[in-house]
Ligand binder design. Structure first.
Ligand code: G3P
Ligand code: CA
Length: 410
């Protein structure tokens, strides 16, 4: 189990351990040396431990996301952590869905008895039409089946077969798969917390109650809680939740011509900032001042991965993007990864760990210079000292980590 260890067992000398404690804070380099062997370079993660692999919505590259089956597959593939996004039912039960709108990830649209529940609402200021979890009891939610999302190339074979799980069922799964030598952690996200609060269905108190009941309300519990909205994390902390908290950092898109991130609603800033008239974007969070502010209420940051390795396309003489791979479309697969930013080092210096999202195997989601090899992308981020990552393909992330650790002499 990779969570909750302080230093590698290879560190046997007090002075060296002290040096590595500094390295873990990004303040110096260190390594270990067996008496009769070459020095082993230190890992550049904040705690000196191997990076964590988080099964993003389960092994969602293979099976419909946020199902016990997808989480189980992620665990079987070696993920250290499984990630449920949380929304709330009409009767106050936390369930795993990426969106309050069930149309994206379930077969609700095909169930005649629910047809009249279709409606249009504002979610974080954006108009959405569909069926919303907050209009369904848990019993009704259990009549739905999950469907594959995100990528049209992913298999639809399992659509409708698997149920929507509750947070409690996910806690039970993680516990049942934890043994003496391995602990499976969970990484719940409070989804659209302002939206839920405005509905009268706040997520946070129920989350605290359930984690506490599970015996998982401590800093060493196998739990990370994440949110895009600072107020959700601050509330959780103020109400006595002691697990590790992570501030997610989003953007709307990237401009392949400039290599810069772009900011458009509703992904430009936490919705609570929008409501308050605060015009800063998520970019404010990656400044020194932003990181210092996050450190007052959280333990880590969860940035979108271009914040760490930007991507940019090649331009022709007319200033147009080149179709580098010659497939007739210009997209992410035609962009090259750029010089990494200093975000990981900056965050480590502020005492924050960094868990980036989202890593995926599909060719169109890989920058051109990775040559179609997803392991190359993972290894670049691991070498930069990333502390963990969210992946739809935990098996690939685990395989890349093994290669990286071998490269590092472990
Ligand atoms: O939770 C980490 C990352 O996955 C955030 O993006 O949209 O999948 O919740 P999203
Ligand atoms: Ca192309």
């Amino acid at each position: 189990m990779l969570v909750n260890q302080s230093f590698p067992s290879t560190l046997r000398h007090g002075a060296l351990a002290a040096a590595c404690a500094l390295a873990a804070l990004g303040l110096s380099a260190c390594g270990s040396s067996d008496d009769d062997g070459p020095a082993t370079p230190a890992l550049a993660t904040l705690d000196g431990q191997p990076p964590q692999v988080v099964g993003h919505r389960g092994a969602s590259g293979y099976l419909p996301e946020h199902t016990l089956e997808a989480y189980t597959l992620a665990i079987n593939q070696g993920a250290d952590v499984i990630e449920p996004d949380l929304v709330m039912t009409k009767d106050g039960v936390l369930i795993a869905r990426h969106d309050p709108n069930l149309i994206y990830s379930t077969n609700v649209e095909s169930i005649a008895k629910f047809a009249s529940r279709k409606k249009t609402v504002l979610v974080d200021g954006a108009s959405e039409t569909g069926w919303f979890a907050s209009d369904f009891t848990l019993a009704e939610i259990k009549e739905l089946g999950a469907i594959i999302t995100t990528d049209a190339t992913r298999p639809k074979t399992y659509d409708g077969l698997y149920k929507i799980p509750t947070l409690q069922e996910i806690i039970n799964l993680a516990k049942s798969r934890s043994t003496g030598s391995r602990t499976v952690a969970i990484y719940p996200e409070t989804k659209n917390p302002t939206f839920h609060r405005d509905l009268g269905l706040p997520l946070e108190d129920t989350l605290i109650t359930q984690l506490t009941a599970a015996g998982w309300n401590s800093r060493t519990a196998p739990v990370y809680v994440q949110s895009f909205e600072p107020s959700s994390l601050k509330y959780l902390r103020s109400k006595g939740l002691n697990v590790r908290l992570i501030q997610l950092i989003d953007a709307d898109d990237y401009d392949l011509k400039t290599g810069k991130l772009t900011y458009a609603a509703p992904y430009d800033r936490p919705y609570e900032w929008t409501q308050a008239g605060d015009t800063r974007t998520f970019a404010a969070m990656v400044t020194a001042a932003g990181l210092a502010e996050i450190k007052t209420y959280a333990d880590g940051i969860g940035p979108w991965k271009p914040y760490i390795v930007p991507v940019k396309g090649d331009l022709d003489s007319a200033g147009n993007l080149k179709d580098l791979n010659g497939d007739g479309v210009v997209n992410y697969a035609d962009a090259r990864s750029q010089t990494p930013t200093t975000l990981i080092a900056d965050a480590h210096k502020a005492g924050l760990f960094v868990h980036a999202y989202t890593f995926r195997n599909e060719q169109r989601r890989l920058a051109y210079d990775y040559n179609g090899d997803p392991l190359a992308e993972y290894k670049q981020f691991y070498r930069l000292g990333l502390d963990g990552l969210f992946t739809d393909f935990p098996d690939t992330a685990v395989a890349a980590r093994a290669e990286y650790l071998k490269e590092m002499g472990r």
